[in-house]
Structures are given as structure tokens and as C-alpha cells.
Write a protein that binds this ligand. Structure first.
Ligand code: ZN
Length: 213
């Protein structure tokens, strides 16, 4: 049972999906992982022509196919800290296609790149769920993603109006880098929205299934 769809805390937690690069992937029994290339780290993972280095890509493909890996990501586009846009788009598209090939959801980091992510979604037309993680933007941005069928994952910082317009079946929760436990984050989401959310979040998190291939 997953309840925290995205964390960077490395401690084993059977209720969380631990997000890491292929370099930090340490498979262990019963632990769910998502593996991907974060836009902040592309300088490390790409060569001088901005393509993902071959050895990194094969490490990612190998890790991504492991049964404990329940999603690809986080990957994404960050217009503030992410470096050259063309390189970010190439890396993102490649990972989105890998998620399709392996039939696993995609966990997305998007900072000031909402139009670009929506454009890529229309272009790629994925069958697998796309999850916008750490969603803290205003309702008009939430609507953009929801219209495209994306899931929104809320963490410690969130916009209450956006939470209120997110349909029950598209809502996820995460700790990311927060020191707060997931149960505390969920109870803050519940008091902000005035409705119970925990069971629904667990149900929605079934998109992340160990051995889902
Ligand atoms: Zn993260």
C-alpha cells in the first residue's frame, strides 16, 4: 500500500515511493522506487552535445525495468534551475517514452514550464499516468494539467484553492524533502479541503504498483 508517492528520504518505507537517480538506486525487498534523471542534474548526466551519456542511459533503463521500480522520474523541466532548455526537453521526452515502453507512470518536476509540459503531453499522448509532483501553483495552472488528465501530488506547501478544484480521483500526496511525516501532510490537506482524503489518496496511489509489468 503506497500513500506517499514521492520522497527523497532514503530510509526504507513500505508506504512511500523513494525517488532517486539510477546511480542511487538500491533495490530492496518490498520497497517501491521511482528512478529518473532530475533536471537539476543534467549537467552530470549529459555529454557536451547535451545528450544523455550512454552509460547513464543504460543504467537508467536497467534500473527502470526492475520490479521494485513503480514509476519513472522524477524528471521534468525547470526554467529556473534546470540549465539549457533543449537538453531538458530531450531528456524529458526520452524518459517519458521509456515510461510508456515499460508501462509505468511518470513523476514530473515542473517549474515555470507548464505550457511546455502540456505541449509535450499532447505531442506524446501517453497511455501511462503523468503525475505533477510538489504541486503548489494557482488554480489556473492546476486546471491546465487536470484538463490533460494529469494527477496532482500535494506536499507540505500547497495552494488551497488548487487543492479544492482537484477531483478526488486525481489527487496524490507526498513528503518530497519535507521533514513532516506523510500522515501530517495528509491531515493538513484534509483540514484545508474540509474533507477526508486519506483513503482516496491510498486508492489513487494504486497507479504505483510493485511488479506492475
Ligand atoms: Zn522531488
Amino acid at each position: 500500500m503506497i500513500i506517499d508517492c514521492h520522497t527523497h528520504h532514503p530510509a526504507p518505507d513500505a508506504k512511500a515511493v523513494i525517488s532517486t537517480s539510477p546511480v542511487g538506486f538500491r533495490p530492496s525487498e518490498g520497497q517501491a522506487w521511482s528512478v529518473g534523471l532530475h533536471p537539476w542534474d543534467l549537467d552530470l548526466f549529459c555529454d557536451s552535445s547535451f545528450r544523455i551519456k550512454e552509460e547513464i542511459w543504460s543504467e537508467l533503463v536497467m534500473a527502470a525495468a526492475a520490479p521494485g521500480v513503480v514509476a519513472i522520474g522524477e524528471c521534468g523541466i525547470d526554467m529556473v534551475r534546470g540549465g539549457l532548455l533543449a537538453a531538458q526537453m530531450l531528456a524529458f521526452r526520452k524518459q517519458a517514452l521509456l515510461a510508456e515502453r515499460l508501462r509505468k507512470p511518470l513523476v514530473i518536476h515542473s517549474v515555470k514550464a507548464h505550457d511546455i509540459i502540456v505541449g509535450l503531453k499532447r505531442d506524446i499522448n501517453p497511455q501511462m499516468p503523468w503525475v505533477i509532483h510538489g504541486f503548489r501553483y494557482k488554480p489556473s495552472i492546476a486546471e491546465m494539467y487536470l484538463k490533460e488528465g494529469c494527477y496532482l501530488s500535494f506536499g507540505e506547501k500547497f495552494n488551497t484553492d488548487s487543492l479544492l478544484i482537484t477531483p478526488h480521483d486525481k489527487l496524490l500526496a507526498e513528503t518530497d524533502e519535507s521533514a513532516l511525516p506523510i500522515e501530517e501532510i495528509i491531515s493538513r490537506l484534509e483540514s484545508a479541503s474540509g474533507r477526508p482524503l486519506r483513503e482516496q489518496i491510498i486508492d489513487n496511489s494504486k497507479i504505483f504498483r510493485i511488479n506492475n509489468i
